[in-house]
Ligand binder design. Structure first.
Ligand SMILES: O=C(O)C(=O)C[C@]1(C(=O)O)C=C[C@@H](O)C=C1
Length: 365
């Protein structure tokens, strides 16, 4: 058979496979519509249906990854199923998700990675506004950055948890690649100013010291804002990611300029709905202890005694008194697990205040 004939035959096979995939996706979407009908029918008076089920979504994605035999790798396959589920859920209920804007930020990329592209995503001007939109019920969920592997905690987010009654229902981790971006009119040999968010400038500090030691670094409210500015300035550049580069039509003068190649940011999904256990969960709590010697030790004892794996501990000044602190703690497991329940009860007896912010499935993708 000639190459042209082989190609033709393969394309006929692909066409027929696509038709089967189309039928199967449509059948799956009809199933999701049925699920919505069942969920709505089972409601008691005054109850509202819970369409988005993060614990079920985590299970579906893991199941697909376990079954996958290639040639597409697990992440790629899960990404495709992520989008199919996102579209199926949109048939049940179009989700509204607020993120730290403007458009093109890493927070938006995190929101789309977690929920897929079938959600209605709305940019907010500040982290606190994302919290307020969720609390007010104007959106179903919010996506906020909480820690970066190079720069540490995002304090605005931690402080917002002290002010709002909110539930953490998920996490998503995003590999952060920064690029040096310029506009069409930029004179690349005459750059006098580089805009970016303070965290991103910090994440590229060594690269900037080596390549642009004498150029002014200007911190702005977001990377997307930085990208927007350079469009109209011939002597400036921005540090931002792929989404912002695409959105504002900028060119990459240098790619992946972050000092650490494993630079990633963890985001939290905030909402109002408690998530049932999946068997592979994380829990986040806030605790404040009495200001006395050994307080930190007392805090850690119940976790150690019950063999609970702490994944993060951060300290922030409390809002209630000078030199008093609250601890943000993440650990593996769900707050309904008996050993965790027991540890939290013991901790509650020692603490001034203890609040479970939420238990949620560990990030799958
Ligand atoms: O299983 C459910 O509860 C569904 O609503 C179906 C489905 C899916 O498409 O698989 C859709 C949305 C939920 O977030 C989880 C799963």
């Amino acid at each position: 058979m000639s190459d042209a004939d082989q190609l033709k035959a393969l394309r006929v096979r692909i066409d027929s496979l696509d038709e089967r995939i189309l039928d199967l996706i449509s059948e799956r979407a009809r199933c999701a519509q049925e699920v919505a009908r069942v969920k709505t029918a089972a409601l008691a008076e005054g109850e509202s249906a819970v369409f988005y089920r993060p614990e079920r979504e985590a299970w579906v994605l893991k199941h697909i990854m376990e079954l996958n035999r290639g040639p597409l790798d697990n992440e790629e396959m899960a990404r495709l199923f992520r989008e199919i589920m996102s579209s199926c859920l949109a048939l049940e209920q179009p989700l509204r998700v607020a993120y730290l804007g403007p458009e093109g930020t890493f927070s938006q990329a995190a929101a789309l990675k977690h929920f897929g592209h079938a959600v209605i995503s709305t940019p907010m001007a500040a982290i606190d506004e994302v919290f307020r939109e969720v609390v007010a019920g104007a959106v179903n969920f919010g996506v906020v950055p909480v820690e970066n592997s190079t720069e540490g905690a995002v304090n605005h987010t931690l402080d917002s948890f002290l002010e709002h009654d909110i539930v953490i229902c998920g996490e998503v981790e995003l590999r952060i690649h920064h690029h040096l971006l310029v506009g069409e009119t930029t004179k690349t040999d005459r750059i006098t100013r580089i805009y970016s968010h303070a965290q991103s400038l910090a994440q590229c500090r060594k690269w900037l010291d080596a390549h642009y030691p004498n150029v002014e670094r200007v911190a702005v409210s977001s990377n997307a804002d930085a990208a927007k500015r350079v469009k109209s300035e011939w002597n400036s550049a921005a540090i931002a990611g792929d989404m912002a580069a695409q959105l504002y039509g900028l060119t990459k003068l240098a790619e992946k300029i972050e000092d650490r190649p494993d630079n990633s940011t963890r985001f939290l999904i905030i909402g109002s709905q408690e998530v049932p256990p999946t068997g592979d969960d994380k829990t986040s709590i806030i605790v404040s202890m009495r200001n006395k010697p050994g307080a930190l030790h007392e805090l850690l004892v119940p976790f150690h005694a019950n063999g609970i794996d702490l994944t993060r501990i951060e300290t922030r000044p409390s809002r209630s008194g000078k030199w008093t602190y609250v601890f943000f703690i993440d650990f593996l497991g769900h707050h309904q697990d008996p050993l965790i329940k027991d540890a939290l009860e013991k901790l509650g007896q020692e603490a001034v205040a203890l609040k479970v912010l939420g238990s949620y499935p560990k990030a799958v993708l």
